[in-house]
Write a protein that binds this ligand. Structure first.
Ligand code: HEM
Length: 182
């Protein structure tokens, strides 16, 4: 089982990070939406800590993923029989997904810094604040977090629809190679 990506295959590193992040992102989107609807209290404090810990882990994972792609580029998208505009739209949606996977946790971290409450990861590592503890940064960070998470959710739905179209319409190896490698 190859770790590195090939010209038409995904190695286990890229596949592992892809599915780990898929699971983590869907979980963080659902759990974050729940957190935004409850009142923060002493009893629910651990939930915020858990969300922050998973969110920062996802930030680290996307940075590892981007670095790994420099070292081991992913295979070229399968485009036989697919209109050029769809291939270009898919490439841009992937770039946008990466941008949001970086900006979403960063905005959460900015908002959390704005509250003045320390961001402690898995109860072990206290991260530095990346914005001043003021009402402005609290509001600006969480407003951005709220808008960007909605954009990320919409793009994940589009990504899923694209993956399904490869299975149902084009019947090619796109989904298979991110599951099994080739
Ligand atoms: C990819 C990672 C992340 C995802 C997908 C995510 C997702 C979400 C979502 C969907 C919400 C609800 C937004 C709303 O509707 O207003 C939320 C809220 C929240 N997020 Fe994140 N988040 C991530 C990372 C982070 C990080 C790294 C932090 C802090 C270090 C953080 C802190 C918070 C807090 C404190 C809330 C609750 C805000 C409130 O009470 O209104 N998030 N998150």
């Amino acid at each position: 089982m190859a770790a590195r990506n090939g010209p038409d295959s995904f190695g286990w590193v890229s596949r592992g990070i892809h599915w780990l992040m898929a699971l983590g992102l869907i979980g963080a989107l659902a759990f974050g939406s729940y957190l935004a609807r409850i009142e923060p209290s002493f009893d629910t404090l651990w939930m915020y800590g858990a969300h922050k810990s998973v969110g920062i882990t996802l930030l680290v994972l996307v940075l590892i993923r981007l670095a790994w792609h420099r070292f081991s580029p992913p295979p070229v998208a399968i485009s036989a029989g697919i209109p050029g505009w769809q291939v270009r739209a898919a490439a841009w949606s992937h770039r946008l997904l990466y941008l949001l996977m970086v900006l979403v946790p960063l905005s959460g971290w900015v908002g959390s810094s704005g509250t003045g409450i320390p961001t402690v990861i898995f109860g072990q590592i206290t991260l530095p604040a990346i914005a001043p503890a003021t009402e402005f940064w609290d509001t600006a960070g969480f407003t951005a977090h709220s808008v960007l998470t909605k954009a990320l959710f919409a793009l994940i739905l589009l990504h899923l629809a694209g993956a399904l179209s490869h299975v149902v319409l084009h019947r090619d190896a796109t989904l298979r190679r991110i599951v099994r490698g080739r």
